[in-house]
Ligand binder design. Structure first.
Ligand SMILES: NC(=O)c1ccc[n+]([C@@H]2O[C@H](COP(=O)([O-])OP(=O)(O)OC[C@H]3O[C@@H](n4cnc5c(N)ncnc54)[C@H](OP(=O)(O)O)[C@@H]3O)[C@@H](O)[C@H]2O)c1
Length: 346
């Protein structure tokens, strides 16, 4: 277990628990009781940062707006273990969009006006059953609203004690700097992994410069980099519609083989190697880096903690650095929405 990490003043475990897939999205979710059982085991093992969002989980029938069911699932656990964990949640994506003609899931719409921020926070506090959210993220910037307005609303929540630290997800360096000038930002959450490295060009160095923690989402490539996911399983959920795990699956086997070869040398799992690489990269850039992998099995999350004890040689780092260059397809889940992630906006 690595020592705890400071995300702009918030102390968290070196690996967080990405709670998204506990209530569905990849291969079906768990029952709420099962999900909490996995979380209890992981917390007992030392994983104390729990990452959720108001939009995670399946919406209830007839429901409008963010589903909220992942937060609902967490509430009984938080009632028992509030002092053992740091809870982070997000707002801004207003809900799942389904194309009525094709049934295809599209990127959700984004909202960042003052009134929306206030209402979204009240709803999350109510669902989670807590008095304050430790880390409150803007999930995606609303490109029709100045970021100063959205972050100004978040700052108001901090002044009222409803949220303790502010975070942003998938913002550009310009947006990050403007936001940080409005109110100190503790964490930036974006995709960063062996196969998604565009953030290294500008965003990770900016986080290091500003003292903002980097929380890397999908650090295991949504399961692909673990080597345990099959093409058929990926095809059965949202991952099969992505460039990398749909049409690009076979081509990307070369990248996976490279990760597996390093794992084989170390007697480690692919997941541990992927996370150890992130720790080493974070240290190279001087940015406090906390990966938040997700799994429906606590045993896998505990295995992921083993990344802390893994030392990659310079040669292994050099070879792992070539993985991204072997990858076919963009990281953006929604190829028809170029603004969904920052690599096209940076
Ligand atoms: N800010 C954003 O826009 C954003 C976007 C995406 C995700 N996130 C956050 O990041 C978290 C993690 O991202 P993610 O779930 O997309 O991807 P991920 O952590 O890269 O990969 C998750 C997948 O890896 C598998 N897995 C985990 N540990 C494993 C191990 N040791 N061995 C084998 N397989 C393992 C899990 O399968 P099993 O469940 O079958 O074990 C799961 O399907 C989410 O839960 C969410 O909190 C944020």
């Amino acid at each position: 277990m690595r020592t705890p990490v400071q995300l702009g003043g918030l102390t968290v475990s070196s690996i967080g628990y990405g709670c998204m897939a506990l209530t569905g999205i990849y291969g079906g979710g768990l029952t709420d009781d099962d999900a909490r059982e996995q979380l209890h085991k992981a917390i007992d093992a030392g994983i104390t940062l729990l990452d959720t969002a108001d939009v995670y989980g399946d919406p209830r029938p007839g429901h409008e707006g963010p589903a909220g069911t992942n937060e609902d699932m967490l509430a009984p656990l938080l009632a028992e273990r509030r002092d053992d964990v740091q809870i982070s949640t997000k707002f801004g994506i207003t809900g799942e969009q389904v194309d009525p003609e094709t049934g295809r899931i599209e990127a959700g719409r984004i909202a960042g006006r003052l009134d929306y921020v206030r209402a979204a926070c009240e709803a999350s506090l109510r669902r989670l059953g807590v008095e304050a959210i430790d880390l409150y993220y803007l999930h995606r910037p609303d490109l029709t609203v100045p970021i100063e307005e959205t972050v100004g609303a978040m700052a108001e929540l901090a002044q009222q004690g409803k949220v303790r630290h502010l975070g942003l997800s998938e913002v550009t360096v310009d947006e990050l700097r403007r936001a940080h000038a409005t109110h100190p930002i503790s964490a930036l959450q974006s995709e960063w992994s062996l196969w998604s490295r565009d953030v290294e060009a500008r965003i990770v160095p900016a986080c290091a410069e500003l003292g903002i923690g980097f929380v890397s989402y999908s650090p295991l490539g949504r399961g692909f980099l673990t080597g345990t996911l099959t093409k058929e399983a990926a095809a059965a959920d949202i991952r099969g519609a992505t460039e990398r795990m749909g049409a690009g699956w076979d081509a990307n086997a070369r990248a996976l083989a490279l990760v597996a070869s390093v794992a084989g040398e170390l007697g480690a799992s692919n997941s541990q190697v992927a996370l150890a690489w992130l720790f080493a990269k974070g240290a190279q850039y001087g940015a406090a880096t906390v990966p938040i992998p997700g799994s429906r099995r606590a045993s896998r999350m505990i295995e992921n903690l083993g990344a802390a004890g893994l030392v990659l040689t310079d040669d292994q780092m050099r070879r792992l650095d070539t993985v991204a260059g072997l990858v076919t397809g963009a990281r953006n889940l929604y190829a028809d929405n170029a603004d969904w992630t920052t690599e096209n906006r940076e």
